[in-house]
Design a protein. Structure first.
Length: 511
């Protein structure tokens, strides 16, 4: 075996994305709420950037200025890279520094905007934010510490709480808890009876009811018993029917498997309950949760903030779009800092710092303007392509590949993908994800393809209007869709139904 060293020369071409280009892509991809936060962060870190008074937006049909010109990063032409290279040459500080340059290195005068005593929007938002919620274990242990419990049971209860999963279930056996929580139970040598006593205390004393259950059946029974106890203490408790509650408990305790498979006639025959009594019990069960602990750890759902609004112009019979950028802070470069950056009497170190931050501020403003321009162009193109949706509803969606919009606008498909990512539109048909307008299609007898989203909407409409006593099987749904001219296989119907969270016909049947 012989090893050799050699040198070779290789000529090749590579395309690399400049840091600023990557940041422009990131800003284009941000939804409105993230963009607002991003600008507020830059306001905090960049002293040369300041808030301006509100100004009306430029007309939506106004072409972009040279600073706002479309920069298709993914399909950038040589001229675009030359433009970027020219900018970097004329602004050398911009090519090396990111938006998050911090002001800690600056020794010069601070901006007047920071000295006006005005409220800081970023700090206001932070002060109004909800306090971080503790973990499930922390919250339950805090409750447990307030309970007046015997010392041994208290220790065993803490060991049990430490082993609950995120849904609040106890999946571990008592032997496994003993091994995992050896420090807590060391020297106690608890019996099975003591473990059961501690578990029962945890289930009975902690909220929400249902925590520390070992399976779904036990979880529901704990909640039913808690509801019954509260109803006994308060006979006027709303929405609780004691007879229905008793029926629900019996269904869960004795016929849980049949109940999960919707075998209500079989339950009626074996239990002596009527179908009306069974349905009343099921209605009470709808108030229960199979994951009771989720309410302690899940954050409140965030409201969707549409990035744009689409309205109908009756006079001209057209739909038009405008961006909901009223929440976006209006910023500008500080004239005072621009003067200081050019003033030779300012220390060189400070001038360099100001030049870097001024460059960063200009890049940010250009990227935000570019995002507005690109997003609005994409939305207007979607409106033209999907006019039938706005006129007639989801059933009229057409197949629309992103390449169609990209070719129409002369940009790269990846740019379209970033522009529609996590964006929502307020339309006459409600709030709709922008990405939902893009999908493949299925063949129809009449010729033109129909959007997969349109098929889902039609499928949902058929299921919503079916006879609940005789729900439509997947085979029947296929025939009905075929009758509407949509060629579709049964497995595709089953796939769409699963994606929509719709159970099988047997589970949808009501007795």
């Amino acid at each position: 075996m012989r090893f050799e060293h050699s040198q070779q020369m290789k000529l090749g071409q590579q395309m690399k994305l400049a840091p600023r280009m990557i940041q422009s892509m990131e800003i284009l991809q941000m939804p409105l709420t993230e963009l607002v936060e991003r600008i507020e962060q830059e306001l905090e870190s960049n002293p040369t950037l300041e808030l301006t008074e509100f100004q009306a937006d430029a007309p939506i049909d106004q072409p972009p200025t040279s600073a706002e010109a479309e920069l298709d990063v993914d399909g950038a032409s040589p001229s675009e890279f030359e433009r970027l290279d020219d900018y970097s040459t004329n602004n050398p500080d911009a090519a090396e520094n990111s938006f998050d340059t911090r002001a800690r290195d600056f020794d010069g005068p601070r901006p007047r905007a920071r000295e006006t005593g005005e409220r800081d929007a970023k700090m206001d938002a932070m002060s109004q934010a909800q306090a971080r919620v503790g973990s499930l274990g922390d919250q339950l242990l805090a409750q447990w510490s307030l309970c007046d419990i015997d010392g041994r049971v208290e220790q065993l209860g803490r060991a049990i709480i430490n082993q609950l999963d995120e849904d609040g279930y106890l999946r571990a056996s008592f032997d496994e808890i003993t091994q995992r929580e050896s420090k807590l139970v060391r020297g106690l040598d608890p019996s099975e009876t003591e473990w059961e006593l501690a578990l029962h205390a945890v289930q009975l004393l902690l909220e929400p009811s249902g925590v520390a259950a070992r399976d779904a059946r036990e979880c529901l029974l704990i909640q039913i018993d808690a509801l019954s106890d509260r109803a006994d203490d308060d006979p006027d408790m709303p929405i609780v029917n004691l007879e229905a509650l008793a029926a629900a408990r019996r269904l869960i305790a004795e016929f849980f498997e049949d109940l999960m498979k919707n075998r209500l006639p079989k339950i009626a025959a074996r239990s002596g309950l009527t179908l009306d009594e069974i349905n009343a019990g099921i209605e009470q069960m709808r108030r229960l949760s199979l994951a009771p602990a989720r309410g302690l750890t899940e954050d409140a759902p965030q409201a969707i903030t549409p990035d744009a609004t689409i309205e109908y112009d009756e006079e001209n019979d057209r739909y038009y779009a405008y961006l909901n950028d009223g929440r976006v802070p209006s910023v500008r470069v500080s004239a005072e800092y621009e003067r200081l950056a050019k003033d030779r009497s300012t220390e060189k170190r400070d001038r360099e710092f100001l030049r870097k931050n001024l460059s960063n501020a200009n890049w940010l403003m250009d990227a935000v303007e570019q995002r507005k321009h690109t997003l609005l162009r994409v939305i207007n193109a979607v409106i033209d392509e999907q006019r039938d949706f706005f006129d007639a509803g989801p059933e009229s969606l057409k197949p629309l590949p992103m390449k169609t919009i990209a070719d129409r606008l002369g940009i790269h498909v990846a740019t379209v993908s970033r522009a529609v990512s996590e964006k929502h539109l307020m339309t006459p048909r409600g709030v709709v994800p922008l990405r939902s307008f893009f999908s493949g299609g299925l063949a129809t007898e009449s010729g033109p393809d129909v959007s997969a989203n349109s098929v889902r909407a039609t499928l949902q409409d058929l299921i919503d209007n079916e006879d609940k006593a005789k729900p439509l099987s997947d085979e029947k749904l296929v025939k009905l869709l075929n009758g509407k001219g949509i060629e579709i296989a049964r497995r595709t119907v089953a796939k769409y139904r699963d994606q929509m969270g719709v159970p099988t016909a047997r589970m949808r049947k009501q007795f």
